[in-house]
Each structure stands twice: as C-alpha cells, then as structure tokens.
Design a protein around this ligand. Structure first.
Ligand code: SAM
Length: 251
C-alpha cells in the first residue's frame, strides 16, 4: 500500500519549502490540497505536475474512502494546505485520524508553521505554551475565550484572521491590560515585523501606523504570573486592610 505524506509548504517565503517536500510532491501519485487553485501556483513554481484533488473542511469526511482506495492500490499521496503545516488550524485531522485507524502509513514532512516561527523569535517563554487556534469572531465569545485562558501560566498563542487584529487587541486590553503581548506579522515575507508592548501601547502603535494593522498575524500573550507569586505578592498593611474591607471581611 501507499503512504500518506503530510507535507508542510511555505507561509510566505517560497525558499522555505524543504528539498524533501519538493521531492515528495514530485514523486507521489496525487496531491490532496486545501485549495487546488491556490496550490497550483506553488506546484508551477516547483515545476511539479502531479495531479491534485481538493480536500477541505466541507468534503474531508467524504474524501477518506477515495484516498484510502488510492493508498490500497499502492499510490502514495501528499496532503498540503494553503500555507504552512496541514492540520494546524487547517484541514486534514479527520483524514489522518481515519487513515491511522485503518492502519495506513502516515509520514510527516515537516517545515514552516507560523505558530513555531512566531514563538521562536518573540522573546516570550517557550518552554510551555498554549495554542488557542483562532479566537471566536463575536466580541462576547472572544472575551469569554480569553477569560478562560486567564489563569494559564503558559505563553498564549493565537492565530488571527486579517482585519480583526484591532478587535482582538481591544479584547486583550480588557482581559489582560498589564500583560506583554507580541504581534508577529507577515512572517517570512517582505514586511515581517515583531511588535511588542501592553495591549494599549500596541493599539496606539497600530492606530498611528495603519500599515502595521495589515497582513497576517500570530498573537502571543505572556502567561499569568505563577500562582505562588500571585498569592504571596508583597503588599503593605494598608493595602491588605483595604483588600479585606473591599471583600467585605469584618475587621
Ligand atoms: N497551517 C498554517 C501554519 O502552519 O501556520 C496556519 C493556517 S491558518 C488557516 C492561517 C493563520 O496562520 C493566519 O490567519 C495567521 O494567523 C497565521 N499565519 C499564516 N502565515 C502567516 C505569516 N506569514 N505571518 C503571520 N501569521 C501567519
């Protein structure tokens, strides 16, 4: 039987496609792509003429049997998405889960991933982090999602749809006004930028220079201070008294 290769493609800079990825894309019998028209440009750039078929969130479940049939017939297949690593906020999970359940051979061909590229250059702790994917689009749900992450001590990482960055910064300003935030913008592209500051400082920066609000973003937020620090912060007797009174403790 054939193999399913899960192949990372560039997130901007075409030179980030690995030689191994190029070889696999040229050698497999078929390429399952999130958007075949979008990926046609990459394949043309590589001079690869492997036939493509679409695999996106609306047909993924139906494609499983078809692709499994190709594998059973001894054909190998590459799975790619529009940019970066498939399955990371991209289609492919259902396919990989089902094919693995059927005992098919699945091989990763790693490469670009915006989450990792952003995190490794942001200057926030990387030993532990939480990836939140895309935040909900609706303001209420977005704020709720952020609240749910508020006690996590790990660095928080989110993907952001273009055009929504200001709304997200507003929500961060409400939920985490004191936290350090890093925006990684247009990674690996001409206008790659890392901006850092508190949410309100970033809002001011993007308002002043609207070009900085354009493009693709990874949003990273410093984790909550460890519980021990939060609980045992040095506070003066006066502050302690005020806090107790505010909580309605009889003194
Ligand atoms: N599978 C991709 C990966 O491996 O990173 C992510 C796909 S997801 C649909 C697209 C989101 O990834 C964008 O909205 C943005 O948050 C982030 N992203 C992708 N390319 C980026 C880039 N060049 N610079 C900054 N963020 C990027």
């Amino acid at each position: 039987p054939g193999t399913l290769y899960v192949v990372a493609t560039p997130i901007g800079n075409l030179d980030d496609l690995t030689p191994r990825a190029a070889r696999v894309l040229a050698e497999v019998s078929r390429i399952a792509a999130e958007d075949t028209r979008h990926s046609a440009r990459l394949l043309a750039h590589l001079g690869v003429s492997t036939p493509m078929l679409s695999l996106h969130e609306h047909n993924e479940a139906r494609r499983v049997d078809t692709l499994d049939g190709y594998l059973a017939a001894g054909e190998s297949i590459a799975l790619i998405s529009d940019a970066g690593t498939p399955l990371i906020s991209d289609p492919g999970f259902v396919l990989v889960r089902e094919l693995r359940a059927r005992g098919r051979r699945i091989v990763p061909v790693p490469g670009a991933c915006a989450l990792v590229a952003a995190l490794c250059s942001a200057g926030l702790p990387t030993d532990r982090f939480v990836f939140g994917g895309f935040l909900p689009a609706k303001p209420g749900a977005r704020r709720q999602a952020l609240e749910a992450w508020s006690t996590r001590e790990e660095t928080l990482v989110f993907y952001e749809s273009p055009h929504r960055i200001m709304h997200t910064l507003d929500a961060l300003n409400e939920c985490f006004p004191e936290r350090a935030v890093v925006l990684a913008r247009e990674l690996t592209k001409t206008f790659e930028t890392f901006l850092q500051g508190t949410p309100d400082a970033l809002i001011a920066q993007l308002t002043q220079d609207p070009n900085q609000a354009r493009g693709e973003f990874v949003v990273m937020v410093a984790g909550a201070a460890p519980v021990t620090e939060r609980e045992h912060q040095d506070i003066s007797a006066d502050e302690l008294m005020k806090a107790l009174l505010d909580e309605g403790v009889g003194v």
